[in-house]
Design a protein around this ligand. Structure first.
Ligand code: SF4
Ligand code: SF4
Length: 220
């Protein structure tokens, strides 16, 4: 069996469930986003399984989060920002909602991700692709360490085929629907021109929008 066929077979076996929300009926962009995340998650699971099989140990686990407090360049695509706005405004409830709202209102660039709560991601189901893709092997990051620069080999390299398919799934949000065009633009990383840095977004605006407002239209 060729390497590609083996890899395809393994990818078919790895099934990560796709998250779904009833709101997808009224929010077509949400389906695009969740499809993109599902595709990306499958690619990530595939690459992780290869490295585990090779004897490495995944260092990332729930509660380990220095990356979320110290990384200052986390790219976020426009559809992902819309997804975060929607999730935070419409889905967060209870004390978690109040705490995230307070963190958003107090957010200052460089002060760590405002969605981090007690060492876990407060928006886990809609966390950006960049967060999903960042997986570290063998030992957890030291405080302040970005292993992409200190030990690149310990950082997961995303599966390009799945990453491209995930980006293609987001393109209809930008009016690109034709299959061959989506493939071409995803391969060319056309969406990278629209990327924002999570640390430079005006999150205080989202905090204010949480004050009793339900997002009827997706305006960010
Ligand atoms: S990237 Fe580093 S700090 Fe973040 S969860 Fe993984 S090991 Fe922990
Ligand atoms: S969005 Fe979640 S996973 Fe990403 S940096 Fe923030 S807290 Fe961490």
């Amino acid at each position: 069996m060729t390497k590609n066929r083996k890899s395809r077979k393994r990818a078919q076996k790895i099934d990560t469930p796709r998250v779904s929300f009833p709101e997808e009926k009224r929010l077509p962009w949400l389906t695009m986003l969740l499809d993109a995340y599902h595709i990306a998650d499958r690619g990530i699971a595939l690459e992780i399984s290869k490295r585990l099989k090779a004897g490495e140990r995944l260092a990332c686990k729930k509660g380990c989060s220095s990356c979320c407090s110290t990384h200052v360049t986390i790219p976020v695509y426009p559809l992902e920002v819309v997804g975060i706005y929607w999730y935070v405004i419409e889905k967060l409830v209870g004390p978690e909602r109040d705490r995230i709202k307070a963190q958003l209102k107090a957010f200052k660039a460089g002060s760590g991700c405002p969605f981090l709560l007690d060492g876990t991601c407060g928006i886990h189901v809609v966390r950006p692709l960049a967060c999903r893709h960042f997986n570290v092997f063998n030992r957890p990051c030291s405080p302040g360490e970005d292993p992409y620069y200190t030990r690149r080999d310990d950082v997961l390299t995303p599966n390009e085929r799945f990453k491209e398919r995930a980006l293609a799934a987001m393109l209809p949000f930008h009016g690109i629907r034709e299959s061959s065009k989506k493939k071409r633009l995803a391969r060319a990383r056309a969406l990278d021109a629209l990327v924002k840095n999570l640390q430079e977004i005006d999150w205080a605006n989202l905090g204010r929008r949480m004050d009793g407002e339900i997002m009827r239209k997706t305006r960010v």
